[in-house]
Design a binder for this molecule. Structure first.
Ligand code: B12
Ligand code: SF4
Length: 497
């Protein structure tokens, strides 16, 4: 069969497609795990953000898919539905399958018959998808396939959940990057790819979807496979790699060994970005960050979440940010972690969550001041009520959700208010502070990627400061007017199809 796999074009404000266009790791993993006689095409629509309609129509016409699969996050739901409509108009007989976080955690959002969905793959997808394709091909029925919700007539039926895979058994084969049909992946001008070394997390932060998606567990791929995967990404042109593991720093000894393996394989000229817990970085001596640098790590996305203990309690992120001495908690690990990273010439992408129920103007300001002082690239988000997270229930019970339009659930649109501040006020404070922090990182980006930055600096600045005018810069206009223009522009941007 011909199988077309699509990831959605929607991007969040922090990773504009002008500078970051990363492949979706799920799709090439699915492609690597179907039976070999199928012909698969993977299209990451972030690469054609301005030409989604024509590209999808062209791919469907040329490739004539029997099956079209879409990978969807919650804020991409509206776009996904528009794309399904478009696919249906060109290829009415194609079977449409949705998977990823949103269909897994909110399957009911896809069961309206007018949505045009035939199958929903819930949770980990490789094996379910493989079995589903076999069942479609052999017309053998769908009711035995774990992890699947399927339409029969005008009703949907939900099968039992699928057990998660233990990655070390070799049951999940490596990704297939040859299936990609669009070009132009980039991270600040360097060709970028994604790899994974593990799946899962044993923490249970209240804002994170991972626990409902797969439970609390941690499974790892062998280093042989990981190194082969990095090499494959490199052979496909990658000079920057984003490690998409949910929480690679759960096992620091293993992470250290991985750094050694990368170095020994001579793959340390690649720029790596990784997500890390502050406690894992701070509670080990500096040898860890030194080793990371030697292995090629450049950006560390730190899940700081918040610098105030009350907020951390609400986010259930206290213990992953705790500094420990002789097994005893002695405070917050963030500053120590940042210090280790900076001393080893890496940069901190600071993940913070502002606008929690108890937040006041002062508590938000304290976090913004902290970010201004310590982080190299702010990745500040607002708590967002994604399907089935504990936080969502909390916000709903307290009546704090003010916006149900999920296409705006991109993390930088405040869709919940605090007990003390309106959602828009929280967003305004973040927007205002973050713009300057982002432009501060330009010289670093320039030194590393001079040609790209020279060519794109005006557009990068225009994106960061969109909504602002000379008048607002000179203080001759209330900045809230610039903020209103920014929000209007952001709304227009969301219309991808
Ligand atoms: C890596 C990652 C990123 C990377 C993305 C890199 C990339 N291009 O892939 C970066 C840092 C850029 C990122 C950004 C964002 N992310 Co993110 N990210 C993750 C993370 C850590 C891992 C996702 C991943 O790749 N896993 C590995 C792959 C193999 O697994 P998978 O995606 O689950 O896919 C499997 C199944 O879902 C299924 N499947 C998936 N798609 C499909 C499609 C079909 C057809 C089928 C059959 C099956 C299937 O099969 C796959 C294989 O088993 C998760 C989870 C976490 N712990 O935080 C969050 C997560 C996915 N991100 C999330 C969010 C919200 C965002 C942002 C909006 C946040 C923000 N404001 O910046 C942005 C938006 C990105 C954008 N497009 O602009 C949310 C999604 C919540 C939701 N309900 O939608 C998550 C779950 C984190 C959370 N808050 O809980 N993210
Ligand atoms: S530590 Fe990270 S991956 Fe784990 S539950 Fe918290 S936010 Fe999610």
């Amino acid at each position: 069969m011909n199988i077309l796999l699509l990831s959605m074009p929607d991007s969040s404000e922090h990773i504009p497609s002008l500078v970051v266009r990363m492949p979706n790791g799920a799709l090439t993993s699915l492609a690597g795990n179907v039976d070999p006689h199928h012909k698969v095409a993977v299209a990451d629509l972030i690469l054609v953000q301005q030409r989604v309609r024509e590209t999808v129509a062209r791919l469907v016409r040329e490739f004539k898919p029997d099956v079209v699969g879409l990978s969807v996050m919650t804020f991409q739901r509206r776009t996904a539905k528009k794309i399904i409509n478009l696919v249906r108009s060109v290829a009415p007989a194609a079977r449409v399958i949705v998977g990823g976080y949103d269909p897994s955690l909110a399957p009911d959002a896809y069961t309206d018959l007018s949505d045009g969905v035939d199958f929903i793959v819930r949770g980990e997808g490789e094996i379910t998808f493989r079995e589903l394709l076999r069942a479609i091909e052999n017309r053998s029925g769908f009711d035995k396939i774990a992890g699947l919700t399927f339409r029969s007539g005008d009703r949907f039926y939900q099968n039992q959940d699928r057990k998660i895979s233990s990655l070390d058994s070799g049951e999940i084969r490596p990704p297939n990057r040859n299936t990609r049909v669009l070009r132009g992946y980039t991270m600040l001008g360097r060709p970028v790819d994604v790899i994974e070394t593990s799946r899962g997390c044993t923490f249970d932060c209240s804002f994170c979807s991972i626990i409902e998606m797969r439970g609390r567990n941690f499974h790892t791929y062998s280093f042989d496979r990981v190194i082969a995967d990095i090499r494959d990404a490199h052979d496909h042109g990658a000079r920057a790699i984003f490690i998409i593991d949910d929480n690679i720093t759960l096992n620091v000894k293993r992470f250290e060994a991985l750094c050694h393996a990368i170095k020994n394989a001579g793959l340390n000229s690649i720029d790596y970005t990784v997500q890390a817990m502050t406690s894992a970085i701070a509670n080990h001596d500096e040898s860890l960050t030194r080793l990371m640098r030697e292995a090629g790590f450049r950006y560390v996305f730190l899940g700081i979440e918040n610098i105030l203990e009350d907020d951390l309690q609400f986010l259930r992120a206290s213990s992953k940010n705790a500094s420990r001495e002789n097994g005893r908690r002695v405070g917050n690990a963030t500053i120590k972690a940042i210090d280790h990273i900076h001393r080893n010439k890496m940069y901190v992408v600071g993940g913070l969550i502002l606008g929690n129920p108890g937040d006041t103007r002062e508590s938000i300001k304290a976090n913004l001041d902290f970010a201004k002082r310590y982080v190299d690239w702010p990745y500040i988000q607002h708590p967002t009520p994604y399907p089935r997270t504990p936080m969502t229930k909390d916000f709903r019970d307290r009546g704090l959700i003010v916006n149900e339009r999920v296409e705006e659930y991109d993390g930088t649109t405040a869709v919940v208010r605090t007990e003390h501040l309106a959602a828009e006020e929280v967003e305004y404070m973040r927007w205002r502070a973050e713009r300057r922090m982002k432009s501060r990182h330009m010289p670093v980006a320039f030194l590393h990627n001079p040609l790209f930055v020279l060519r794109n600096a005006p557009k990068m600045l225009a994106h960061t400061y969109r909504g602002s005018t000379v008048k607002s810069f000179l203080g001759l206009e209330d900045e809230r007017k610039a903020f209103a223009r920014y929000r209007a522009l952001r709304n227009l941007e969301r219309d991808y199809v």
